[in-house]
Design a protein around this ligand. Structure first.
Ligand SMILES: *[C@@H]1O[C@H](CO)[C@@H](O)[C@H](O)[C@H]1NC(C)=O
Ligand SMILES: *[C@@H]1O[C@H](CO)[C@@H](O)[C@H](O)[C@H]1NC(C)=O
Ligand SMILES: *[C@@H]1O[C@H](CO)[C@@H](O)[C@H](O)[C@H]1NC(C)=O
Ligand SMILES: *[C@@H]1O[C@H](CO)[C@@H](O)[C@H](O)[C@H]1NC(C)=O
Ligand SMILES: *[C@@H]1O[C@H](CO)[C@@H](O)[C@H](O)[C@H]1NC(C)=O
Ligand SMILES: *[C@@H]1O[C@H](CO)[C@@H](O)[C@H](O)[C@H]1NC(C)=O
Ligand SMILES: *[C@@H]1O[C@H](CO)[C@@H](O)[C@H](O)[C@H]1NC(C)=O
Length: 262
């Protein structure tokens, strides 16, 4: 009996732990490059850090930050515009959503670098403010965008929708996807865009006709209050459907994009 349980654990363990963090695929799971007219940042999961390029973007202005003790797999990041005249040439802030590879904990982070501390292309230190969002829950997609006012960040993932106050470094709303959308089956967002009032997104939704099939869904959400307003699906089983297995895991053939005007 005792030996039986032990063997079972040995067999189960590797199966439970198979999560592939494809660090060589810069396209995987989200958007890891973002910029404005002040700077551009690129999240490098292969090197466990980021590369930042400062305006005016002439050659040799980039700076690399590496922190091997930080086993964070960055899914998506976005830049925050520095409105402060006094520090806009020194301080550069961006936000990211990531999963810690050793724990599958999900962290929202606000990262600020001081350009003056970049020596020979090496940024030896950064101010990092991490907020734990979810414990030990692997995500396939995590998408993030800063709203135009630069006050909030919206995050949409397999399991939750988050609105984060980046001025005060606090969660405004954290909602479980299963109750957030008016659509009663799982939605896996593949792309989002934001304005100061709305979020629009596209992704796959498990079909209510056949749970083995996923259909393309487009949804719109309001920011204040933070709620899903409505959705539309393309329920054409012949051309726009996908198997649930392929729709709920990352794969490059199913990338989508969406843009809003404001
Ligand atoms: C920043 O610069 C702009 C343009 O020069 C000026 O209008 C504004 O008052 C300045 N803001 C601060 C906080 O100094
Ligand atoms: C920027 O510098 C100006 C002039 O020195 C000062 O009046 C202002 O308070 C500073 N602004 C901030 C946000 O530190
Ligand atoms: C950036 O770092 C330099 C060099 O240490 C320092 O003099 C400056 O005050 C820092 N800037 C800000 C806004 O913290
Ligand atoms: C960058 O700076 C850090 C901290 O000073 C140092 O440990 C690291 O070796 C440097 N990296 C390079 C490539 O110079
Ligand atoms: C590296 O990351 C760890 C964990 O997030 C953090 O405590 C540490 O300050 C970071 N080191 C540097 C040099 O930024
Ligand atoms: C994560 O787990 C720790 C320890 O069980 C708990 O204290 C914390 O509240 C949890 N946090 C979240 C965001 O679930
Ligand atoms: C969602 O859209 C459908 C179709 O246009 C409409 O009938 C329904 O009333 C909308 N639901 C909400 C909550 O606005």
């Amino acid at each position: 009996m005792f030996i039986g349980i032990f063997i079972l654990l040995l067999i189960l363990k590797p199966i439970v732990c198979v999560i592939i963090y494809d660090i060589t695929d810069d396209n995987a799971h989200g958007v890891r490059i973002a910029g404005n007219d002040q700077f551009v940042v690129y999240g490098m999961n292969l090197a466990m850090g980021f590369d930042i390029n400062f305006a005016p973007f002439v050659p040799l202005t980039d700076c690399v930050y590496v922190n091997q003790s930080r086993d964070f797999y960055v899914y998506s990041l976005d830049v925050v515009f520095n409105n402060d005249n006094n520090t806009s040439d020194q301080l550069f802030t961006f936000v990211q959503i990531s999963e810690q590879m050793s724990t599958q904990n999900i962290y929202f982070s606000i990262i600020t670098v001081n350009r003056s501390l970049c020596i020979n292309g090496n940024m030896s230190t950064a101010t990092i403010r991490d907020t734990l969002i979810l414990n030990g829950t692997h995500q396939e997609y995590m998408l993030l965008k800063v709203v135009p006012s630069q006050k909030y960040t919206c995050v949409f993932t397999d399991r939750f929708a988050l609105m984060f106050d980046i001025v005060n470094n606090e969660i405004i709303e954290l909602k479980d996807s299963y109750t957030f959308y008016s659509y009663p089956y799982p939605i896996i967002p593949h792309a989002i865009d934001v304005t100061d009032t709305y979020v629009i997104g596209v992704g796959y939704a498990i079909s209510y006709i056949n749970p083995n099939i996923a259909v393309i869904i487009a949804f719109i959400c309001e920011l204040q209050p933070f709620r899903s307003i409505n959705y539309t699906t393309i329920i054409d089983m012949n051309s726009f459907a996908q198997t649930a297995a392929l729709a709920t895991t990352y794969n490059i053939a199913n990338q989508m994009s969406i843009a809003s005007y404001y």
